[in-house]
Design a protein around this ligand. Structure first.
Ligand code: NAD
Ligand code: MG
Length: 403
């Protein structure tokens, strides 16, 4: 019936890059998709603006101090949208009855509680917030299995793999089938591809966030420049698809047209290709299991230059990728430490308090200072996350740039 294909969607991180792309796709399908919940971190004005356009049932701001401004702003815009504030409200709305689909597009570990809540509540979970998988992958995948949630990865690489996997494996929530040999994640190489380590000491914030192929929020743009993004994605792929790190490879592919590849034991490799525009991945999730229009045109390989190049990542210039492989191999709390230290380091870099090379150094120092322990409960992981943040903040002093 028509109702089967109608979905009420919560977009968490609605004011961000992924949130905007999700709302663009949703607005193309008014018969099928409705944004019922919009959530943002602090920017009340931007959230109200989105409410004017999309008229959701609920708007939620993480910053509890933003409640009055949000409520009054919605009222003076003449909107019926109900105002909410605080992290608990974000999670309650993600798990609540006014949505069946959740776009998890909050940046950083701040996205974990609402992502977990959506998984436990059995939502169709469009998962962009990779940090929650890095921090608590086992718990999140278990919550999705127990809650009956369908996870559609909204990272271009993992969305590509999802599309290439046979139907039963796609939704197996972290259990690899016998036929799957290897995953090959592609990486654009970021704005500093081909540069030597020494030449990266003095790069500016502006240079680091200027991604050659994708337009993204500031944190993931810096992660792409350090290749930590690809490291986080290796850990993300491990949890989503159930392969150990040694069967997850990374190939630099500067054109960013092949979004990733899956190799099977019979020698077949499948790839998904398309223009670098996140609306395609979002449409896969929002339309699932159907294909729906995304606003992205098909791929004209000749117009794109007629070439697909591949090269090895340079681990000397970009040590973050190796740090992530090592953290995955160490297991337990190590990926949580990696993620927390990286969030602190990237924020400090964006504030011009440390240099580019200090990001990797700070993550390495933090990992060395905090030996990996078991990661068996959410409380344990949240403790480790906080502990690693404090450790990294202390470590900043050693890397501080002259003012
Ligand atoms: P962004 O900075 O553009 O947007 C982040 C959003 O999260 C904003 O709406 C912000 O208000 C919200 N937010 C921040 N802190 C919050 C908090 N504590 N509580 C509630 N909301 C909060 O980031 P982005 O580029 O859209 O990335 C979002 C996530 O998607 C990240 O995890 C990123 O790694 C992942 N991702 C992004 C892309 C991309 O193309 N942008 C691709 C793959 C994966
Ligand atoms: Mg990606």
């Amino acid at each position: 019936s028509a109702d089967f294909n109608r979905h009420d969607v919560a977009v968490l991180g609605a004011t961000g890059s992924i949130g905007g792309s999700a709302l663009d796709v949703i607005a193309r399908h008014p018969q099928r998709l409705r944004a019922t919940v919009l959530g943002a971190g602090r920017n009340v004005d931007a959230l109200i603006e989105l409410c004017r356009v999309h008229r959701p049932l609920h708007a939620v701001i993480d910053d509890a101090d933003g409640f009055t401004a949000l409520r009054d702003g919605l009222a003076s815009a003449g909107l019926q949208t109900r105002a909410h504030a605080g992290a608990e409200a974000v999670s309650a709305l993600a798990a609540g009855d006014d949505c069946d689909t959740v776009v998890a597009a909050i940046v950083g570990a701040a996205g974990l509680p609402s992502t977990l809540a959506a998984a436990r509540a059995g939502k169709r979970l469009l998962l962009a917030n990779k940090e929650s998988l890095v921090l608590a992958g086992e718990l999140l995948m278990a919550a999705a299995r127990d809650g009956g949630a369908t996870i559609v990865p909204i990272d271009s690489e993992h969305n590509a793999i999802f599309q290439c996997l046979p139907a039963p494996d796609r939704l197996a929530a972290g259990q690899a089938s016998a036929g799957l040999a290897r995953i090959i994640l592609t990486a654009s190489g970021g704005p500093f591809r081909g540069r030597s380590r020494a030449s990266l000491a003095d790069v500016s914030v502006e240079e680091a966030v200027k991604h050659p192929k994708w337009s993204m929020g500031p944190k993931i743009s810096v992660d792409s420049a350090t290749l930590m993004n690809k490291g986080l994605e290796v850990i993300e792929a491990h949890h989503l698809f159930g392969l150990p790190g040694k069967r997850i490879d990374v190939l630099v592919h500067p054109q960013s047209l092949v979004h990733s590849m899956v190799e099977f034991i019979d020698g077949s490799t499948l790839a998904q290709l398309g223009l670098p525009d996140m609306r395609t991945a979002l449409a896969v999730g929002l339309g699932w299991p159907d294909r729906v229009e995304s606003g992205v045109s098909g791929l004209d390989l000749l117009a794109q230059g007629g070439r697909l190049d591949f090269e090895k990542p340079d681990l000397e210039a970009f040590p973050c990728l190796q740090l992530a492989y090592d953290a995955l191999a160490a297991g337990g709390t190590a990926p949580a430490v990696l993620n927390a230290a990286n969030e602190v380091a990237v924020a400090a870099f964006l504030e011009r308090r440390i240099g580019f090379l200090s990001i990797a150094a700070l993550v390495a120092d933090t990992l060395a200072a905090l030996p990996a322990g078991p990661a068996d409960s959410l409380e344990a992981l949240e403790d480790v996350d906080q502990h690693a943040r404090r450790q990294a903040i202390q470590g900043l002093a050693a890397h501080r740039m002259p003012a």
